[in-house]
Design a protein around this ligand. Structure first.
Ligand code: CDV
Length: 309
Protein backbone atom coordinates (compact mmCIF):
# COMPACT_ATOMS: atom_id res chain seq x y z
CA UNK A 1 0.00 0.00 0.00
CA UNK A 2 1.29 3.45 -0.88
CA UNK A 3 2.01 6.03 1.81
CA UNK A 4 1.94 9.25 -0.16
CA UNK A 5 3.18 12.62 1.04
CA UNK A 6 2.79 15.31 -1.56
CA UNK A 7 5.73 17.59 -1.02
CA UNK A 8 6.26 21.12 -2.32
CA UNK A 9 9.83 22.32 -2.70
CA UNK A 10 9.32 26.09 -2.48
CA UNK A 11 12.31 27.71 -4.14
CA UNK A 12 12.86 31.38 -3.35
CA UNK A 13 14.42 33.90 -5.65
CA UNK A 14 16.89 36.36 -4.16
CA UNK A 15 16.23 38.29 -0.95
CA UNK A 16 18.04 41.61 -0.94
CA UNK A 17 19.55 43.04 2.20
CA UNK A 18 17.07 45.92 2.03
CA UNK A 19 13.98 43.66 1.77
CA UNK A 20 11.67 43.74 4.78
CA UNK A 21 10.81 40.52 6.60
CA UNK A 22 7.14 41.26 5.94
CA UNK A 23 7.77 41.24 2.19
CA UNK A 24 9.63 37.90 2.47
CA UNK A 25 6.84 36.33 4.53
CA UNK A 26 4.32 37.58 1.94
CA UNK A 27 6.31 35.78 -0.77
CA UNK A 28 6.41 32.61 1.32
CA UNK A 29 2.65 32.82 1.82
CA UNK A 30 2.12 33.15 -1.94
CA UNK A 31 4.24 30.03 -2.47
CA UNK A 32 2.21 28.21 0.17
CA UNK A 33 -1.08 29.07 -1.58
CA UNK A 34 0.35 27.85 -4.87
CA UNK A 35 1.59 24.63 -3.26
CA UNK A 36 -1.83 24.03 -1.71
CA UNK A 37 -3.47 24.56 -5.11
CA UNK A 38 -1.14 21.88 -6.49
CA UNK A 39 -2.18 19.39 -3.80
CA UNK A 40 0.81 19.61 -1.46
CA UNK A 41 0.54 18.66 2.20
CA UNK A 42 4.13 19.53 3.13
CA UNK A 43 6.04 22.65 2.04
CA UNK A 44 9.79 23.08 2.35
CA UNK A 45 11.55 26.46 2.03
CA UNK A 46 15.30 27.18 1.75
CA UNK A 47 18.09 27.70 4.27
CA UNK A 48 17.91 31.17 5.92
CA UNK A 49 14.60 31.69 4.16
CA UNK A 50 13.68 34.90 5.98
CA UNK A 51 16.74 36.99 5.11
CA UNK A 52 19.43 37.61 2.58
CA UNK A 53 22.35 35.15 2.89
CA UNK A 54 23.98 37.44 5.46
CA UNK A 55 27.16 35.34 6.07
CA UNK A 56 28.53 36.99 2.93
CA UNK A 57 28.78 40.25 4.91
CA UNK A 58 31.63 40.88 7.33
CA UNK A 59 30.81 42.75 10.52
CA UNK A 60 33.87 43.49 12.64
CA UNK A 61 31.56 43.60 15.61
CA UNK A 62 29.90 40.21 15.47
CA UNK A 63 26.87 41.43 17.38
CA UNK A 64 25.93 43.71 14.48
CA UNK A 65 24.82 40.58 12.65
CA UNK A 66 22.30 39.80 15.36
CA UNK A 67 19.62 41.73 13.50
CA UNK A 68 19.46 38.80 11.05
CA UNK A 69 18.58 36.30 13.78
CA UNK A 70 15.28 35.17 15.34
CA UNK A 71 15.04 35.20 19.14
CA UNK A 72 11.98 32.94 19.24
CA UNK A 73 10.14 30.68 16.82
CA UNK A 74 7.39 31.28 15.96
CA UNK A 75 7.34 35.05 16.46
CA UNK A 76 5.03 37.83 15.31
CA UNK A 77 6.88 38.25 11.98
CA UNK A 78 6.34 34.64 10.91
CA UNK A 79 3.06 33.90 12.71
CA UNK A 80 1.08 34.39 9.45
CA UNK A 81 3.01 31.46 7.96
CA UNK A 82 2.23 29.21 10.91
CA UNK A 83 -1.45 30.26 10.89
CA UNK A 84 -1.91 29.71 7.17
CA UNK A 85 -0.07 26.36 7.13
CA UNK A 86 -2.28 25.09 9.95
CA UNK A 87 -5.45 26.33 8.22
CA UNK A 88 -4.38 24.51 5.05
CA UNK A 89 -3.34 21.42 7.06
CA UNK A 90 0.08 21.63 5.52
CA UNK A 91 3.32 20.63 7.20
CA UNK A 92 6.12 23.17 6.81
CA UNK A 93 9.88 23.51 7.14
CA UNK A 94 12.10 26.58 6.69
CA UNK A 95 15.53 27.80 7.69
CA UNK A 96 16.43 30.81 9.86
CA UNK A 97 19.20 32.24 12.01
CA UNK A 98 18.51 31.28 15.62
CA UNK A 99 19.70 33.06 18.79
CA UNK A 100 18.97 31.04 21.89
CA UNK A 101 18.00 32.69 25.20
CA UNK A 102 21.63 32.06 26.27
CA UNK A 103 22.90 34.03 23.27
CA UNK A 104 24.10 31.07 21.19
CA UNK A 105 23.83 31.34 17.40
CA UNK A 106 22.82 28.56 15.06
CA UNK A 107 21.85 28.10 11.41
CA UNK A 108 18.56 26.30 12.06
CA UNK A 109 15.59 24.67 10.32
CA UNK A 110 12.22 24.03 11.90
CA UNK A 111 9.71 21.27 11.08
CA UNK A 112 6.03 21.91 11.81
CA UNK A 113 3.42 19.20 11.27
CA UNK A 114 0.14 19.46 9.39
CA UNK A 115 -1.70 20.30 12.62
CA UNK A 116 0.55 23.29 13.29
CA UNK A 117 2.63 21.63 16.01
CA UNK A 118 6.39 22.13 16.09
CA UNK A 119 7.90 18.70 15.56
CA UNK A 120 11.51 19.74 16.10
CA UNK A 121 14.45 21.81 14.97
CA UNK A 122 17.75 20.92 13.35
CA UNK A 123 20.92 23.02 13.77
CA UNK A 124 23.41 22.93 10.89
CA UNK A 125 26.43 20.83 11.74
CA UNK A 126 28.80 21.17 8.75
CA UNK A 127 29.44 24.92 8.67
CA UNK A 128 31.48 25.95 5.62
CA UNK A 129 33.62 29.04 5.22
CA UNK A 130 35.82 30.95 7.62
CA UNK A 131 35.87 33.11 10.75
CA UNK A 132 37.88 36.18 9.75
CA UNK A 133 37.64 38.44 6.71
CA UNK A 134 39.61 36.75 3.90
CA UNK A 135 40.79 39.14 1.17
CA UNK A 136 41.99 36.18 -0.96
CA UNK A 137 38.44 35.11 -1.66
CA UNK A 138 36.20 36.49 -4.40
CA UNK A 139 33.48 36.80 -1.75
CA UNK A 140 33.18 36.13 1.94
CA UNK A 141 31.45 33.10 3.45
CA UNK A 142 31.45 33.76 7.19
CA UNK A 143 29.26 30.98 8.53
CA UNK A 144 32.02 29.94 10.92
CA UNK A 145 32.00 33.51 12.29
CA UNK A 146 28.28 33.88 12.85
CA UNK A 147 27.18 30.37 13.85
CA UNK A 148 28.40 27.60 16.07
CA UNK A 149 28.10 23.99 14.88
CA UNK A 150 24.76 22.40 15.63
CA UNK A 151 24.46 20.56 18.94
CA UNK A 152 21.43 18.37 18.27
CA UNK A 153 22.86 15.70 15.99
CA UNK A 154 20.71 14.55 13.06
CA UNK A 155 17.34 13.71 14.59
CA UNK A 156 14.61 11.84 12.72
CA UNK A 157 10.99 12.30 13.73
CA UNK A 158 7.97 10.06 13.26
CA UNK A 159 5.30 12.49 12.06
CA UNK A 160 2.76 12.99 9.28
CA UNK A 161 2.73 9.24 8.59
CA UNK A 162 6.46 8.86 7.99
CA UNK A 163 10.02 9.32 9.24
CA UNK A 164 11.45 12.76 8.48
CA UNK A 165 14.84 14.38 9.00
CA UNK A 166 16.51 17.64 8.05
CA UNK A 167 19.92 18.91 7.13
CA UNK A 168 21.09 22.25 5.76
CA UNK A 169 23.05 23.12 2.63
CA UNK A 170 26.69 22.07 3.10
CA UNK A 171 25.53 19.10 5.22
CA UNK A 172 24.29 17.54 1.97
CA UNK A 173 27.85 17.00 0.77
CA UNK A 174 28.73 14.72 3.71
CA UNK A 175 27.76 11.02 3.64
CA UNK A 176 27.69 10.97 7.45
CA UNK A 177 24.68 13.30 7.34
CA UNK A 178 22.49 10.83 5.49
CA UNK A 179 23.83 7.73 7.23
CA UNK A 180 23.09 9.16 10.68
CA UNK A 181 19.50 9.62 9.57
CA UNK A 182 19.47 6.38 7.57
CA UNK A 183 20.31 4.50 10.76
CA UNK A 184 17.10 5.93 12.21
CA UNK A 185 15.10 4.71 9.22
CA UNK A 186 14.61 8.10 7.62
CA UNK A 187 12.20 8.15 4.69
CA UNK A 188 12.49 11.79 3.66
CA UNK A 189 15.44 14.16 4.15
CA UNK A 190 14.50 17.83 3.73
CA UNK A 191 17.08 20.49 3.12
CA UNK A 192 17.43 24.07 2.02
CA UNK A 193 20.52 25.63 0.51
CA UNK A 194 22.19 28.90 -0.53
CA UNK A 195 24.99 27.87 -2.87
CA UNK A 196 27.00 30.60 -4.58
CA UNK A 197 27.45 29.81 -8.27
CA UNK A 198 31.10 30.87 -7.90
CA UNK A 199 33.65 28.99 -5.80
CA UNK A 200 35.21 31.78 -3.71
CA UNK A 201 38.57 29.97 -3.81
CA UNK A 202 38.51 28.73 -7.44
CA UNK A 203 36.90 31.26 -9.77
CA UNK A 204 37.50 28.96 -12.78
CA UNK A 205 35.02 26.39 -11.45
CA UNK A 206 31.99 26.43 -13.74
CA UNK A 207 28.44 26.52 -12.41
CA UNK A 208 27.85 23.21 -14.25
CA UNK A 209 30.52 21.62 -12.08
CA UNK A 210 28.90 23.00 -8.93
CA UNK A 211 25.52 21.72 -10.06
CA UNK A 212 27.08 18.31 -10.78
CA UNK A 213 28.44 18.05 -7.23
CA UNK A 214 25.09 19.18 -5.85
CA UNK A 215 23.16 16.48 -7.72
CA UNK A 216 25.83 13.84 -7.09
CA UNK A 217 25.69 14.37 -3.31
CA UNK A 218 21.90 14.30 -3.13
CA UNK A 219 21.53 11.28 -5.39
CA UNK A 220 24.20 9.29 -3.55
CA UNK A 221 22.71 10.15 -0.16
CA UNK A 222 19.23 9.10 -1.29
CA UNK A 223 20.33 5.83 -2.89
CA UNK A 224 22.74 4.71 -0.18
CA UNK A 225 20.11 5.21 2.52
CA UNK A 226 16.99 4.40 0.49
CA UNK A 227 15.32 7.70 1.28
CA UNK A 228 13.61 10.55 -0.51
CA UNK A 229 15.66 13.75 -0.56
CA UNK A 230 14.06 17.12 -1.18
CA UNK A 231 16.50 19.99 -1.81
CA UNK A 232 15.30 23.59 -2.02
CA UNK A 233 17.34 26.54 -3.28
CA UNK A 234 17.46 30.21 -2.60
CA UNK A 235 18.64 31.37 -5.99
CA UNK A 236 19.42 34.31 -8.23
CA UNK A 237 21.32 37.56 -7.88
CA UNK A 238 21.27 38.49 -4.22
CA UNK A 239 23.00 41.73 -3.18
CA UNK A 240 25.22 41.47 -6.27
CA UNK A 241 26.18 37.82 -5.61
CA UNK A 242 24.75 34.96 -7.62
CA UNK A 243 23.25 31.88 -5.97
CA UNK A 244 22.63 28.82 -8.15
CA UNK A 245 19.23 27.14 -8.42
CA UNK A 246 18.83 23.37 -8.54
CA UNK A 247 15.70 22.77 -6.49
CA UNK A 248 14.99 19.08 -6.97
CA UNK A 249 13.55 15.87 -5.55
CA UNK A 250 15.41 12.54 -5.52
CA UNK A 251 13.68 9.20 -5.07
CA UNK A 252 14.98 6.36 -2.86
CA UNK A 253 16.70 4.74 -5.86
CA UNK A 254 18.75 7.89 -6.41
CA UNK A 255 16.88 9.20 -9.43
CA UNK A 256 15.99 12.87 -9.80
CA UNK A 257 12.22 12.71 -10.29
CA UNK A 258 11.50 16.43 -10.43
CA UNK A 259 13.61 19.54 -10.92
CA UNK A 260 12.62 23.20 -11.00
CA UNK A 261 14.13 25.33 -13.74
CA UNK A 262 15.03 28.96 -13.14
CA UNK A 263 16.04 31.11 -10.19
CA UNK A 264 12.77 32.78 -9.16
CA UNK A 265 10.16 32.03 -6.53
CA UNK A 266 8.55 28.77 -7.65
CA UNK A 267 7.03 25.54 -6.45
CA UNK A 268 8.00 21.99 -7.39
CA UNK A 269 5.41 19.43 -6.28
CA UNK A 270 5.81 15.67 -6.25
CA UNK A 271 3.76 12.87 -4.70
CA UNK A 272 6.34 10.81 -2.78
CA UNK A 273 5.47 7.27 -1.77
CA UNK A 274 7.27 6.69 1.52
CA UNK A 275 6.84 2.94 1.03
CA UNK A 276 9.14 3.21 -1.98
CA UNK A 277 11.95 3.33 0.59
CA UNK A 278 11.18 -0.25 1.73
CA UNK A 279 12.89 -2.18 -1.04
CA UNK A 280 16.31 -0.55 -0.64
CA UNK A 281 16.10 -0.67 3.15
CA UNK A 282 15.25 -4.39 3.08
CA UNK A 283 17.78 -5.48 0.48
CA UNK A 284 21.13 -3.96 -0.48
CA UNK A 285 20.97 -1.32 2.27
CA UNK A 286 19.58 -3.55 4.99
CA UNK A 287 22.00 -2.08 7.50
CA UNK A 288 21.47 -4.71 10.17
CA UNK A 289 22.55 -7.50 7.87
CA UNK A 290 25.31 -5.81 5.91
CA UNK A 291 27.07 -3.06 7.88
CA UNK A 292 30.50 -3.95 9.32
CA UNK A 293 30.97 -1.47 12.13
CA UNK A 294 34.11 -3.24 13.34
CA UNK A 295 35.83 -1.62 10.34
CA UNK A 296 34.35 1.87 10.67
CA UNK A 297 36.17 3.09 13.78
CA UNK A 298 38.03 5.90 12.04
CA UNK A 299 34.81 7.55 11.04
CA UNK A 300 34.07 8.65 14.58
CA UNK A 301 37.55 8.61 16.14
CA UNK A 302 39.44 10.67 13.55
CA UNK A 303 38.66 14.03 11.92
CA UNK A 304 41.43 14.74 9.41
CA UNK A 305 43.27 12.41 7.06
CA UNK A 306 46.23 10.45 8.46
CA UNK A 307 48.27 9.00 5.62
CA UNK A 308 50.31 5.83 6.14
CA UNK A 309 54.05 6.42 6.69
N1 CDV B 1 25.32 27.77 2.59
C1 CDV B 1 26.24 26.81 2.34
O1 CDV B 1 26.46 25.91 3.14
N2 CDV B 1 26.91 26.89 1.16
C2 CDV B 1 27.95 25.97 0.78
C3 CDV B 1 28.95 26.63 -0.11
C4 CDV B 1 29.78 27.62 0.62
C5 CDV B 1 29.87 25.63 -0.76
C6 CDV B 1 27.39 24.76 0.07
O2 CDV B 1 27.80 23.64 0.41
O3 CDV B 1 26.62 24.90 -0.87
Amino acid sequence: MARIITVAAAQMGPIQRSDSKASVVARMLALMEKAHGMGANLIIYPELALTTFFPRWYFADRAEADLWFERSMPNSDVQPLFDRARALQMGMSFGYGEITPEGRHFNTSILVDDLGRTVGIYRKIHLPGHVEHDPQRTHQHLEKRYFEPGDLGFPVWRTMGGLFGMCICNDRRWPETYREMGLQGVEMVMLGFNTPSVNSQRASEAIEERMFHHRLSLQAGAYQNATWVVAVAKAGMEDGHHLMGGTLIVDPDGHIVAELPGEDDGVLVHACDLDATRFGKQTIFDFKRHRRIEHYGRITSQVGTIEPA
